[in-house]
Write a protein that binds this ligand. Sequence first.
Ligand code: PTJ
Length: 259
Amino acid sequence: MEVNIPPTHPRYQSLLIREKLIKGFEEGYVAKAGLIAHGRGECFDYLIGETTIEPALKAIEAAVAALLLSNNPVISVNGNVAALVPEEVVKLAELVNAKIEVNLFYRSEERVMKIAEVLRACGAREVLGVSDATAEIPELMSERRRVSPRGILIADTVLVPLEDGDRTEALRRLGKTVIAIDLNPLSRTARAASITIVDNVVRAMPKMIEYAQKLSNASREELSSILREYDNNAILSEVLKHIRNRLEELSKSNLLIQC
Ligand code: PTJ
């Protein structure tokens, strides 16, 4: 069903994002639970202020440094990511020389193929995890355990935008660097990742592209120094303090947040 959203609507951008997910759901590649996950994300985005905050920028810089330093970086794509930022996935993968792999919690071959099609339409030359998800991540029970032997299995760094916690923990146990993009700073994923970008994927991915362009000529020493100085626990603390301070300020003022 086509919905006509007037550009003057105070929440125009937010409604457009919702429509992308609904379209992806109707086309059969966004999971039903993906719509619920988005609602949860929106709630945290309200608390953050729907903007990329300073701790997220620090995490983005460290994440891009980690990707550029990696030998086998992989960007993992699920239904929501395919609906919201497929072009950005392809662009970032090009800039940091990463592979792209479809990896789904609610895996069905039909969804996998549709997501690969979306990515190819955006210019992806190779999409892993389609017919080659023949390896398994040990100690992981969900469908996310199925990975490509040329992708996530041998990756040293995996970018997991919008994730559930189990796989992040399993990938960390394998010694991989895990970069999460998750609006919920309290989620298991956010807590277990090596680098957590607490931001909306629709803002974080373009920023990652910007940083990848900016850092493309940085030396390995410069990139390593960015990583050495990065402390994920401190970043998560900063995010929580940001939310606390923001709520305190809002509770004092008569500021109306338009919903
Ligand atoms: O496509 P599939 O089958 O792999 O399934 C994907 C979902 C997202 C349904 C699956 O991974 C899942 O159930 O995830 P969770 O456990 O609901 O976690 C999703 C996390 O992403 C939550 O912490 C949300 O707050 C967060 N989130 C939702 N929308 C966004 C987001 N984070 C960043 N940007 C968003 N737009």
